[in-house]
Design a binder for this molecule. Structure first.
Ligand code: GTP
Ligand code: MG
Length: 458
C-alpha cells in the first residue's frame, strides 16, 4: 500500500453539468471531512460506503462556502483503487473544480500523476497490467467497436488467455526442469509431447498477433483512400461522405494537391477517409508533389476507392491505376451518374473483370449511403472473426513477439537435441516475458508448480 493521499479532477476541466474531484488514500476521508459539512448532522467519517450525501463544501481557513455538493465515500477495499476513495460531485465549471482541488491540496492531499489511480488499482491487485491498460484504451476509444473491445479486455478475457498460455508453459518447464535436476539428461522425457505443446503455443500466439494487426483497424480506424485521375469527382465524393464542403471542388483538373484526411464513423466503426490529388503524369511541380502524396496514401491504405467518371471515355490514367490497384482491397465507384453515360461498360469489365461497380452521383448525393454500407461491410470482413479479437496494446504486442521468438527458439533447440539446461533457460525467459504482459511475478509461481507436480526434495 502506498501511504500518501492523491487527488485529481475526474471529469474534464470545462463547463458541464457536474464536475467530479476524486481523492484516494489512507487520509482521503479525513481530508475530505475538513471541507464538507453534511446537510444532515452526521460526520463524513460515519458515512455509509457508496452512498451519496448532500452538503456544503467550504474553505476551512476562511469558512466561506465554495459550492453545494454531493459526496460519496467508497471504503477500501471496495473502491477503484482498493484504497479509501472520496468523490466530490460539484457544480460543473472549471472555477469550482479548481477551487476544491486547491483546498484539498491545502489540506494535505497530493496532486495525482496521470494514471495514478489506475496504477494504484494495479499495485493493490485490483487489476492486472493489461486491464489497467484497457482502462486507458476505454478512455481513448473513438468508436463503439473499440469501446466494446476495451471493455472485454477490462473484464479480463485477454488476461485469461495469457494465464492459460502461462500455465501450459509452466507445465512444460516443470517437466524439463525436474528431469534436469533428478534424472539423466532426457531420460524418460516425453520429448514428443513437449515439442507438440511448444508448436501449439507458437501457433496460437502467432494467430493472436495476426488478429492484433486487424485491431489497428478498430483502434486507429481503417485508412480509406479516394483515388482516381483528375476531375473525376474525388473531392466531391469526399465532401458528400464527410457531409460538408471540406475539400475545394472546381471544374479544373488538378484542383486537389495536398491530401485531406477526415475521420468518419460508419456503423460504429472509425474510418480515416483521405481525398487525394488526381493521378496523372507531366503536371506542374506542385501538383506532382500532390501526386506523390496520393501514391503514398494509396500504398498505406487499407481500402482504396477508385473513382471513374462515367460521363467521359476511359483514358490512359484510368488504365494505369487499374494495373496498380489489383493487389489492394478496393471498390470501383462510377461517378457522375446524373450525366449521360459515355463510358463503355465493357471497358470497365475489361479493366476490372468480374468486379462490382457502385454508381454514385457525388453532386446529387445519390448512392452515397450504399457506398458507405459497402465500405463498412468490407472492413468488418477484414476484421472477422470479431469474437476472437482482443485489444492488444503496442507494449503487449512487443512482449508477445518476444515470447513468440523465445518459444520458437526453444522448439528448434528441442528438435536439434540441445541440452535440457538450455531448453529450460529458453522456457524460463519466455515465461518471464509472458509474465510481463500482465505485470505478474512469475518466479514464485514457477516454483509452486514444480513442487506441486513433482514433489521435489522429497
Ligand atoms: N454532374 C456531376 N458533376 C460532378 C459530380 N461530381 C463532381 N462533379 C464535377 O466535376 C468537377 C470536378 O470535381 P472534383 O470533385 O473537384 O474532382 P476531383 O476528382 O477532386 O479533381 P482533382 O482534385 O482535380 O483531381 C467539378 O466541376 C464537380 O462539380 C457528379 O456526380 N455529377
Ligand atoms: Mg480534388
Amino acid at each position: 500500500m502506498v501511504d500518501d493521499t492523491i487527488v485529481a479532477p475526474a471529469t474534464p476541466l470545462g463547463v458541464g453539468a457536474i464536475g467530479i474531484v476524486r481523492i484516494s488514500g489512507v487520509e482521503a476521508v479525513k481530508i475530505a471531512s475538513r471541507l464538507f459539512i453534511p446537510r444532515r448532522k452526521s460526520a463524513v467519517k460515519d458515512f455509509v460506503s457508496h452512498r451519496l450525501y448532500l452538503g456544503d463544501v467550504f474553505n476551512p481557513q476562511t469558512q466561506e462556502i465554495v459550492d453545494e455538493a454531493l459526496l460519496v465515500v467508497m471504503r477500501a477495499p471496495h473502491s477503484y483503487t482498493r484504497e479509501d476513495v472520496v468523490e466530490f460531485q460539484l457544480h460543473g465549471g472549471p472555477v469550482v473544480v479548481q477551487k476544491v482541488l486547491e483546498l484539498l491540496l491545502q489540506e494535505g492531499a497530493r496532486l495525482a500523476e496521470p494514471g495514478e489511480f489506475t496504477r494504484r488499482a494495479f499495485l493493490n491487485g485490483r487489476l492486472d497490467l493489461s486491464q489497467a491498460e484497457a482502462v486507458a484504451e476505454i478512455i481513448k476509444a473513438r468508436s463503439e467497436k473499440a469501446l466494446s473491445l476495451s471493455l472485454r479486455h477490462l473484464k479480463g478475457e485477454w488476461g485469461r488467455k495469457i494465464r492459460s498460455w502461462e500455465s501450459r508453459l509452466l507445465n512444460v518447464l516443470a517437466l524439463v526442469q525436474a528431469r534436469c535436476d533428478f534424472w539423466d539428461e532426457g531420460e524418460g522425457l516425453p520429448l514428443e509431447t513437449i515439442g507438440k505443446e511448444l508448436s501449439c503455443l507458437v501457433g496460437e500466439i502467432k494467430e493472436e498477433l495476426l488478429y492484433s494487426e486487424r485491431l489497428k483497424l478498430v483502434q486507429e480506424g481503417a485508412l480509406v483512400a479516394v483515388v482516381g485521375k483528375p476531375n473525376v469527382g474525388k473531392s466531391s465524393l469526399f465532401n458528400a461522405i464527410v457531409g460538408w464542403d471540406r475539400a475545394i471542388v472546381t471544374p479544373f483538373p488538378g484542383t486537389t494537391r495536398d491530401a485531406l484526411e477526415e475521420n468518419i464513423l460508419v456503423d460504429g466503426l472509425l474510418f480515416r477517409l483521405v481525398d487525394t490529388a488526381g493521378m496523372r503524369e507531366g503536371c506542374d511541380p506542385i501538383e506532382s508533389i500532390g501526386v506523390q502524396k496520393a501514391e503514398a496514401y494509396f500504398e498505406e491504405a487499407d481500402l482504396v476507392i477508385v473513382v471513374l467518371d462515367q460521363s467521359i471515355p476511359l483514358e490512359k490514367e484510368d488504365e494505369m491505376l487499374a494495373g496498380k490497384v489489383k493487389n489492394k482491397p478496393h471498390f470501383i465507384v462510377l461517378n457522375k451518374s446524373d450525366l449521360p453515360p459515355c463510358l463503355d461498360r465493357t471497358d470497365i469489365s475489361r479493366l476490372y473483370p468480374g468486379e462490382e461497380v457502385i454508381e454514385v452521383s457525388a453532386l446529387q448525393g445519390e448512392g452515397i449511403d450504399r457506398l458507405l454500407t459497402k465500405i463498412g461491410e468490407r472492413i468488418r470482413g477484414e476484421m472477422s472473426p470479431e469474437d476472437q479479437m482482443v485489444l492488444i496494446t503496442a507494449r503487449q504486442k512487443g512482449e508477445l513477439n518476444k515470447v513468440l521468438s523465445l518459444l520458437a527458439e526453444a522448439r528448434d533447440n528441442l528438435q536439434s537435441g540441445v541440452s535440457l539446461d538450455v531448453l529450460g533457460l529458453n522456457l524460463e525467459e519466455a515465461l518471464r516475458e509472458m509474465g510481463r504482459i500482465l505485470g505478474a511475478q512469475v518466479d514464485k509461481e514457477l516454483l509452486d508448480t514444480i513442487f506441486s507436480q513433482f514433489c521435489l526434495g522429497k
